[in-house]
Design a protein around this ligand. Sequence first.
Ligand code: IPD
Length: 267
Amino acid sequence: MTDFVTLAEDIAREAGEMILAKRPTNPEVVQTKSSPTDVVTALDRASEELIRARIRQARPDDMILGEEGGDTPGSSGVRWVVDPIDGTVNFLYGLPEWAVSIAVEVDGEIVAGVVNVVPRGELFSASLGGGAVLHKDGLAVSRLRCNSGVPLGQALVATGFGYDAGRRGVQGSVVAAVLPAVRDIRRGGSCAIDLCSVAAGRVDAYYERGINYWDYAAAGLIAREAGARLGGLNGKGPNGELTLCAAPGLFEELHDLLAPLDPERDA
Ligand code: IPD
């Protein structure tokens, strides 16, 4: 487990350094995906290529799932789940909220997760059962615990919005109902960082519809290892329909606020 965390940390650091070294003043969009605002830059691709090459060198028989390159098969029972830049729109605009995210699954269970928030010099990591740690400028500075005992009305809640206009309309009406019931809302622009923020107590809770597995695979483990509950609606696990994360107690309160709003719909 430790080996997986160390390897994932080394690779996420190397990818982060490469991105910082090569980031042009104005990165260009090289591709759009689900909508004209769902973008890919050359450095999303270069970061994923570097990460894939390093994984292949160290562990040639492992599977890899990456946001930009899809699925690579393997025979070892180990799968790496990679988001080469989570928060690509922030990256495009020169905002500092973007991260390299790498998770490792063994036989379908996530055992290691690393989120390198490159512009901040912060790297979050966790191993299954081994807790979650924040490293600052290469040094481990704190073991992470999420906030606990926060009632819904006092909760600072992070969320995000999808790239599809219809879905955003629904997400707007859902957040309009959430706002009067909580302390405030934050929209940072990176699901991975939002979940690490729950882990670090920088927000109390997070929910979002439409995220992908590579957005939350690593950071979901980090949040869970920091004591948070991660799941979907009505007892489901975390998933693209809706994922919520908060300390036990607040998780259930947020769940019960969201469920009647039918937040999994797109129209
Ligand atoms: C996006 C970010 C964003 C979330 C979107 C994701 P990307 O990932 O995590 O916060 O709201 O749903 O797609 O496109 O920057 O890798």
